[in-house]
Design a protein around this ligand. Sequence first.
Ligand code: GN1
Ligand code: MG
Length: 354
Amino acid sequence: MANTDIIHAFGLNPAEYEMQKFGSGHINNTFLLSGRSGEKYVLQKINTYVFKEPEVIARNQRLAANYLAKHHPGYLFITPIPTVNGEELYHHEEEYWRMIPFIPDSTTVDQADSPKQAYEAAKQFGKMARYFHGIDLREFKPTIPNFHNLTLRYSAFQEAIRHAKEERKQFAEGLIEQCLRYSDIAVTFETLKTNPQFSDRLMHHDTKINNVLLRKDTFEGICVCDLDTLMPGKIISDLGDMVRTYVCPVSEEERDFSQISVREEYFEALMKGYLSEVGSTLSKTEQEHLFYAGKFMIYMQGIRFLTDYLNGDVYYPIKYPEHNYNRAKNQLVLLERLIEKEEKLQRVIDACLQ
Ligand code: GN1
Ligand code: MG
């Protein structure tokens, strides 16, 4: 579809805007529209292989926005700019596009560069979780069914082992075994899933630091963005993905695994930021699984990457043949580094809960 048609659909004159690729996500295609007089918008093409029902995304966001407007007016919650026909999504020739405002003087970082950034970002996710605490979840639907269902991710991994090409299976043998040795993480999830003390909340499910807008000058948190996976889920998803992505000095892309470590001061900063907001709403069972959150998300991401490697790279775009294998290995190293520090990090959590 011509870009001009899309821009038109949202009521803008394409001649007045420049469109550039924007952001670093794996899933959607994101563009920045910059106008001559300085106004900016973010335009996204939704990946319908991943999001089979884009309308569910729009609906969840609408329900959430309505709730916030009523209970927490003033909270900055980014909602899509409708098309000239009043739709949240522009649906045309099998493609779905949406436009969101670009928040002036905001920036994002791909990697946490200081504990303060980790604190600020975690506080934003914590604030949103606190504001949504108590919302009626019955009308919300999953935008990706079973997205963080570790039980199913684990079966998909086992299935992938069974069907993988022999060559890939052999190459990954050691890593597969290592993943299987950590299966207790999946077993714990199994027991938590149905525990009434571990109920669903409205969660973001992608709490990477670049999904928080920060003030360009001070790096203070403004609000969260990328709300595609806003749906019912567990606290361990949001907290765990922050641990996964903020504590390590390098990202999941790093192939020099000796650089992978757990920075305790970042762990502490993110726990403080998150728990200062959401801590008072946690059940006893949730409190007892705050360290588990990091293990849960790192392990799940590791097996998702490895599953994709075994399946022939059908989900995550790759730049070289062993890319997903290396991403998985990176996550397993991170998991080890985290578990080595469990006692110490648990004390940090206990102090935050005081
Ligand atoms: C995907 O597109 P991006 O980078 O925001 C994935 C997350 C993974 C992440 C790993 C819908 O997110 O679950 O944690 O890659 N999103 C989806 O980098 O699968
Ligand atoms: Mg994203």
